[in-house]
Ligand binder design. Structure first.
Ligand SMILES: Cc1ncc(COP(=O)(O)O)c(C=O)c1O
Length: 480
């Protein structure tokens, strides 16, 4: 019997034809991307109508369905792979990452149990160890797990720190604890921590949000004072979260000083280096990188600066047994073939159960680009960030943040302070409306400023100059 009547599969010839056709269309998209508007017009009715155009009562052919979705995506998305997307930490996805996701979809290895996908699990273990070593973790003790992204890695950090400090939490929950646990992060930390506070059962009141200095780095003195006040009030401090490259301005918390406090106070230190962690490929870029190894755990996202498609995050730790203590579990229905083999089933080692082969994107990318390739990517983007700062300054913009990362926050201080917020909104809206670039607004020290970040290894000096010219012409329009 054939499954053809279900219309779930194509036959071999059709698969070849449709596959080749799709690859050609992807090739065209990548090759002609500069001709596409970076961001769409947000016509809600048109978008909803487009999404509902195909009826499931009247199935269409594969090519028609593919044409439909490609048309929709080309017309209605912010093109994060565009070299003039100066956006959030969404990179251009690299070719080997795209190939890896295709292989993963086709082979669909199930990484929950080691014995179901042993080579996939071992590849992930290998990549995690290599990346952990780049952060300075010892291969003897380092451990980690791939996650869907930074948010899951940060949640893993909160859970592992809880288990480390309060071993009874796993069985008896928070109710059994004598004192309410509290954790510390800055106003600039990523809001996935708020969700982690909620989903761990700690509640958001347990997340102490600390002030920063003028460059948006956590204020260490305020941290020490808050810990002392919390202890005096009967709370149980357990975790400090520093950020190695904040989402808004690329600020890097003083990780060495945070590590000192964590040691003195016997707290877990987690470093959220979801984006900035890629500095490990160009260590001279970030002086304080050697302090990161003092962290108990680290979040690092490959789908940010390592340019693989979403979602590929990592939770790394220097405590070899902590993932086991947090997530070990047994279930009768799970495969037992690997039981005597001294290997770990990933479902006993992380939040996830069924697991996609997330690590393949990184494995194939590293296998073909090598550390050297990634070093060049990071260096090139850092240079483009520097070039952007120079061009902006030359055109009478004022860069207001200070970071080695290619995240540039800027404004025009010649505009009177009381009008600057309106000015910045106008500039950003006009840039987006032009379709020629994507930038955003971020509030720094209570003042909205413009933000542009280099997220694409194809972004060139010409793209930087084009952005600055566009900004200049929009500003002139406002002034007139
Ligand atoms: C510093 C930081 N941490 C965590 C996250 C969340 O990562 P994800 O979106 O991969 O879950 C982000 C996202 O931009 C981030 O910038």
């Amino acid at each position: 019997m054939t499954t053809k009547n279900f219309n779930l599969d194509l036959d071999r010839e059709e698969r070849m034809y449709i596959g080749t056709y799709l690859l050609e269309r992807i090739n065209d998209y990548m090759g002609n991307i500069r001709e596409i508007r970076v961001s769409p017009e947000l016509d809600v009715d048109a978008i909803v109508q487009f999404a509902q155009k195909l009826s499931f009562d009247h199935p269409v052919g594969a090519q028609e369905a593919i044409d439909h979705i490609l048309e929709g995506l080309i017309q209605f998305q912010v093109h994060t792979p565009h070299p003039r997307y100066f956006g959030l930490y969404n990179p251009r996805p690299n070719d080997m990452g795209i190939m890896a996701d295709t292989i993963t979809a086709a082979f669909n290895p199930q990484l929950a149990a080691w014995s179901h996908a042993p080579v996939a699990v071992e590849i992930e273990n290998y990549v995690l160890k290599e990346i952990a070593a780049k952060f300075g973790y010892s291969s003897e003790t380092a451990d980690g797990t791939f996650t869907t992204g930074g948010a899951e890695a940060n949640l893993t950090a909160v859970l592992t720190a809880l288990i480390h400090h309060f071993p009874s939490y796993a069985k008896e929950g928070l109710r059994a604890l004598k004192a309410q646990p509290v954790m510390y992060a800055s106003t600039e930390s990523h809001h996935s921590l708020v969700k982690a506070a909620r989903s761990s059962g700690l509640g958001t009141d347990s997340l102490r949000i600390l002030p920063t200095d003028s460059q948006l780095r956590m204020n260490v003195r305020a941290l020490q004072q808050q810990i002392a006040a919390d202890r005096a009030a009967g709370y149980a401090p357990f975790l400090i979260i520093g950020t190695g490259g904040t989402t808004g301005s690329g600020a890097i918390d003083p990780i060495g000083a945070l590590a000192d406090v964590a040691e003195d106070e016997r707290l877990w230190l987690h470093v959220d280096a979801a984006y900035g962690g890629a500095c490990v490929f160009v260590p001279e870029l970030l002086e304080q990188l050697h302090d990161f190894r003092r962290a108990d755990s680290i979040t690092f996202d490959a789908h940010k600066w390592m340019s693989v498609p979403m979602g590929a995050g990592m939770y790394l730790t220097r405590h070899r047994d902590i993932l086991h203590r947090a997530f070990s579990i047994s279930a009768d229905y799970m495969p037992k073939e690997g039981a005597g083999l001294d290997r770990i089933d990933p479902f006993t080692h992380s939040i996830q159960w069924s697991r996609r082969f997330i690590g393949l994107k990184l494995y194939l990318s590293l296998a073909t680009a090598g550390w050297e390739g990634y070093g060049k990517v990071v260096r090139q983007q850092a240079e483009m960030g520097e070039r952007l700062r120079q061009e902006l300054t030359r055109s009478n913009w004022t860069v207001v943040n200070d970071t080695v990362l290619p995240v540039v926050c800027f404004t025009d201080i010649r505009v009177p302070a009381e009008s600057r917020s309106k000015f910045v909104s106008f500039i950003c809206e006009e840039v987006l409306r032009s379709g020629q670039a994507w930038i955003s607004i971020y509030e720094m020290n209570k003042e909205p400023v413009l933000r542009a970040c280099i997220t694409n290894y194809e972004t060139t000096a010409e793209d930087i100059i084009a952005l600055v010219e566009l900004l200049k012409s929009v500003r002139a329009k406002m002034m007139n």
